[in-house]
Design a protein around this ligand. Structure first.
Ligand code: PMP
Length: 391
């Protein structure tokens, strides 16, 4: 069969091996970024689906749920974002949102400026567009350096947009300070370059600092991508975009090319859940549990990755989200992955987040997600990890 150029070039994505091994009962997975299943609102959602399906009309195609868009507006208000239900464009998750935005904003040859390491799914979404990600340098374990960004923007060419995560960065786990947020938004504005803010983890602010999302600082020029994956369940496949009116109309057109609609039944159930204020309790429970898991992970790392065996090991201490970025030296994390899975522990090698040519430092880095593991799993998983990476 004759494939298009990009389909020919497309390879199995780096996370496939991990997805295939998920579900093995003896495997401790630090690989997939999932929240604790027990704190998700499954019972409240079961009641919502029950109520909905009492009316057969629920199974027909319905307009995008106003109740859900109103609920998202109320959620966003708690983060300092003042938007109306009509500015919310519903998607089948954040990944679809990124794909749609790339289709609308990236022309062949365009650059998208990203952090020195970034979310693999964004790199994948860029592939068919003929555009490419360009990493702005940053310090070890840090997001893009804003002096370097300023120089890059002054030098040109003008990128299609800047893509980043201000809270609980994937894979670094770090969040931006207020000054950093303000300067980034100001730089985008000064150079007329839109910012795409991907925010699955802002709701998981473990230190309850609640700094404003970038979108709150400039709603006209920062496009916001949200998702219920980390706060109500990844199987729901529901997310949203906050974007100016002109862009929303186009979003609807490109979405309709690939799918007649977004998962409307799920939207209605989530709308009901939010309308009854039932997400709040589970969101608090999720944060409480994640705070405990983060502490266990940081303690386990200190126990197993300290001197003298690991003299140069460093790791980030996340204030939001699900990830710790472990930086080692002289270890090929991708090459060790099959042995690690064999030993019963999985992680994502740093090279999966590389932008363009991979730097040597990234080869020795690992992303560890603590969201899906209880204390016993974290303890045994980190012990196995130290053992397998040492050998
Ligand atoms: N963006 C980032 C930064 C993510 O970490 C993820 C999930 N891993 C996504 C987007 C995709 O989210 P969703 O499940 O809503 O498609």
């Amino acid at each position: 069969m004759r494939l298009t150029g990009w389909a020919k070039r497309a390879e199995t994505h780096p996370l496939r091996l991990l997805l295939d091994s998920e579900g093995r009962s003896d495997l401790v997975s630090f690989a997939i970024g999932v929240p604790p299943a027990d704190s998700l609102p499954s019972r409240a959602l079961a009641r919502a689906f029950d109520r909905l399906l009492a009316d057969p009309q629920a199974l027909m195609l319905n307009p995008p749920s106003h109740e859900l868009r109103r609920g998202i507006t109320d959620l966003m208000a708690k983060r300092g974002v003042d938007c109306g239900p009509n500015t919310v464009f519903l998607t089948d998750g954040a990944q679809q949102a990124l794909d749609l935005l790339v289709r609308l904003l990236v022309r062949p040859g365009d650059e998208v400026l990203v952090d020195p390491v970034t979310y693999t799914g964004m790199l994948m979404a860029l592939q068919p567009s003929g555009g490419r990600a360009s990493g702005v340098e940053g310090g070890a374990g840090q997001t893009m350096d804003l002096d370097a960004l300023a120089k890059r923007l002054e030098r040109g060419p003008r990128p299609a947009f800047i893509y980043t995560m201000a809270d609980g960065h994937n894979p670094l786990g770090v969040s931006m300070g207020l000054d950093q947020r303000e300067r980034l938004v100001e730089l985008g504005h000064r150079h007329g370059v839109p910012i795409v803010e991907d925010d699955p983890y802002g709701w998981l602010d473990l230190d309850e600092e609640w700094l404003p999302p970038l979108h709150a600082l400039n709603p006209d020029e920062v496009i916001y991508v949200g998702t219920f994956s980390k706060i109500a369940g990844p199987a729901l496949r529901c997310g949203w975009i906050l974007a100016p009116q002109g862009l929303r109309a186009k979003l609807s057109l490109v979405r309709d090319l690939a799918a007649i609609d977004s998962a409307n039944l799920v939207q209605q159930a989530l709308g009901d859940l939010l309308g009854r204020g039932e997400l709040e309790a589970s969101l608090t429970a999720t944060r409480v549990e994640l705070r405990r898991r983060r502490a266990w992970m940081l303690t386990a790392l200190a126990d197993h990755f300290s001197t003298p065996t690991w003299p140069s090991a460093t790791w980030t201490s996340p204030n939001a989200g699900l990830f710790v970025w472990l930086q080692l030296a002289g270890v090929d994390a991708a090459a060790r992955l099959p042995a690690a899975i064999e030993r019963g522990v999985a992680y994502v090698p740093g090279s999966a987040f590389a932008v363009g040519s991979s730097e040597a430092e990234l080869e020795s880095a690992l992303r560890l997600s603590f969201g899906g593991c209880d204390r016993a799993a974290i303890d045994i998983g980190v012990e196995r990890l130290a053992e397998v990476l040492r050998s």
